[in-house]
Design a binder for this molecule. Structure first.
Ligand code: DHB
Ligand code: FE
Length: 297
């Protein structure tokens, strides 16, 4: 059986990708940010998954106002890095896992979550920046990401957006789906986006360190209460783009301590936690959790 062994949470700021692609990671502005991911890159090597389910949001790149899926799962064999206006990032093509993705689609839809099936999609910074942060620089042609990736896109750009509670519940359905897949795969689930930031309007530039860190505490230690955070709190406290954080709750809901909407099992192990301001207009948050095996009765 496949199982989820760990979850990774990280912001996805596009300027981080540009800093890596342009060789600026050791500049004074960027150095402290990249230092926070040194542990993570080694951890990825030591805990290489067979597949990553990467929960992210598209930024009007693959989808537009023409079509707005709330939840979309990528079932393709590969995904090309998108051109977001400056040409595609020089990073490897993202290989998919059509078999596991199709199985998850089947199982999660049968558990009453409506997913859009995506057989062709370019992936923007929402997906490639987390991969770059966790896996380091990769040659676009000779290099490769360490394993196949299942892109799982959530609409947090155009209202109405899904609630944190629904995301948390969806995470539980994804775990059930993974655990009913008949192959011994180690799967990571990543929740990306956030933390506090607002890119437009009168409050552009908003950062809220205190709220971010309190939310991160709750996400780790009291996820059931965290999932109940109303969407308006994200917007008020963490800015209009702070709503990206609901995607972290999909990954948190997929951890093995959560059963029937409650935290029942042993809490996951906190392997790494990092917070840094600023990266472009954004506060960056990053957490790694590992599942702890339940003791057999
Ligand atoms: C920035 C952050 C984002 O999450 C995004 O999608 C685009 C830009 C920024 O801070 O510049
Ligand atoms: Fe974003």
């Amino acid at each position: 059986m496949a199982k989820i062994t760990a979850s990774v949470f990280t912001s996805h700021v596009p300027a981080i990708g540009a800093a890596m692609d342009l060789g600026k990671t050791q500049e004074d502005y960027w150095k402290p940010l990249f230092a926070g991911y040194e542990f993570s890159k080694q951890w990825m090597k030591d805990n290489k998954p067979d597949v990553i389910i990467l929960v992210f949001n598209d930024h009007a790149t693959a989808f537009s106002l023409d079509m707005i899926p709330t939840f979309a799962i990528g079932t393709a064999a590969q995904y090309l890095p998108a051109d977001e206006g400056w040409g595609p990032r020089p990073v490897p093509v993202v290989k998919g896992h059509p078999e596991l993705a199709s199985h998850i689609a089947h199982s999660v839809i049968q558990q009453d979550f409506d997913l859009t099936i995506v057989n062709k999609m370019d992936v923007d910074h929402g997906l490639t920046v987390p991969l770059s942060l966790m896996c380091g620089e990769q040659d676009p042609v000779k290099g490769a990401w360490p394993c196949p990736v299942i892109p799982f896109a959530v609409n947090v750009v155009q209202y109405p957006v899904p609630s944190g509670q629904r995301c948390f519940n969806l995470g539980q359905a994804i775990r059930k789906a993974v655990e009913s897949y008949d192959e011994d795969l180690h799967v990571h689930i990543w929740g990306t986006g956030g933390m506090s930031h607002q890119l437009q309007g009168a409050r552009a530039g908003l950062i809220n360190r205190e709220w971010d860190n309190a939310w991160m505490d709750k996400m780790i230690n009291d996820p059931v209460a965290c999932a109940a955070t109303p969407h308006i709190n994200y917007v008020r406290e963490a800015g209009s783009e702070g709503i990206e954080l609901v995607m972290w709750l999909i990954a948190r809901g997929a951890m093995s301590d959560i059963e029937g909407g409650q935290a029942t099992g042993p809490a996951p192990l906190l392997r790494h936690r990092f917070y840094h301001v600023p990266a472009s207009n954004t506060a960056v948050g990053h957490v790694i959790l590992e599942n702890v095996e339940k003791e057999s009765p």
